[in-house]
Design a protein around this ligand. Sequence first.
Ligand SMILES: Nc1ncnc2c1ncn2[C@@H]1O[C@H](COP(=O)(O)OP(=O)(O)OP(=O)(O)O)[C@@H](O)[C@H]1O
Ligand SMILES: [Mg+2]
Length: 330
Amino acid sequence: MDDDKSANQTEENATGMESAQDTIARIFGGSTHSLGAEMAQMSSRYEQLQKIEVPKPSVTRCIAVANQKGGVGKTSTTVNLSAALAQAGARVLVIDMDPQGNASTALGIPHGSGEQSVYDVLEGRASLHDVMVPCPDFDKLSVVPSSIDLSGAELEVADLSNRTELLRDALGQMLHSTSEHFDYVLVDCPPSLGLLVINAMCAVTEVLVPIQAEYYALEGLGQLINTIELVQEHYNPILLVSTMVVTMFDRRTLLSREVYEEVKKHYPNIVLDTTIPRTVKISEAPSFGQSVIAYDPKGLGAVAYLEAALEIAQRSPSVLAAISRKRRES
Ligand SMILES: Nc1ncnc2c1ncn2[C@@H]1O[C@H](COP(=O)(O)OP(=O)(O)OP(=O)(O)O)[C@@H](O)[C@H]1O
Ligand SMILES: [Mg+2]
């Protein structure tokens, strides 16, 4: 993007015309008109984000994006955060553990019945490496697609003694054996607390909880935290709820601001300062098989997810230190 900027400047020098960024700043900079001020601010936030280098974690961060509540923004967060991290230079793997396959769709990956998917991995027929495919929009982003067949997996593996460890074993094998290093692995979970989610929570070290800015936002969070505690107690003692992010935030409403304050009061060190705004582009992007980072790169939604990615990346040292402490104590 720096290239874009210098290309703009070169163009400006050659033609005597100013860049789009300068035009917006000239028209709206210091504007008291709210839309103008917002456009100027957005343009400058976007430009600043292009200059920042996102720090890479010292070891792979494996994060399950989970909340048993439906429609709170798990998939949008998984997809757009992954795309933002990949665009900023991190190597990222998305594992779609939801039979609905929304994350696969949103990243432009086919996932019809019969396509190789994470289902084959859980059933032991393939490795993660066998089924992973590159995302068409980002060189550094790979995807392990889901499949509708995955909906039967919970029953099919229910009698296996290692039924909670199927994804953990596959991920461990891939991270240790492959010559390719991933900085982040994000697992998109279905809206339930069943075996697929338990598999995800056993395979990772962190949980990211998206919270929709709505009246019942915190309802059900207790149940999610209880499940996470059960997983910590029985299967994965180092699992850490490292991140919460408020989604579909509408800064014009008191309710959105109150939900944010409430979440911040309960989880001050976990909730991101960045909130994800409710925007049409975020909801439109999946129908084009794209993340909002590719679909509308300079829009409000993309800028928010880029800022969230930066915040998550900057927190890596403290999160990894907390996980190491848990590992020593367990
Ligand atoms: N910030 C946003 N602005 C506008 N629409 C959004 C935003 N985030 C998500 N949506 C829309 O809300 C709906 C639910 O989002 P999403 O699929 O990400 O939630 P989910 O928690 O993964 O849902 P499920 O529980 O079904 O897996 C989708 O139609 C999505 O496009
Ligand atoms: Mg989803």
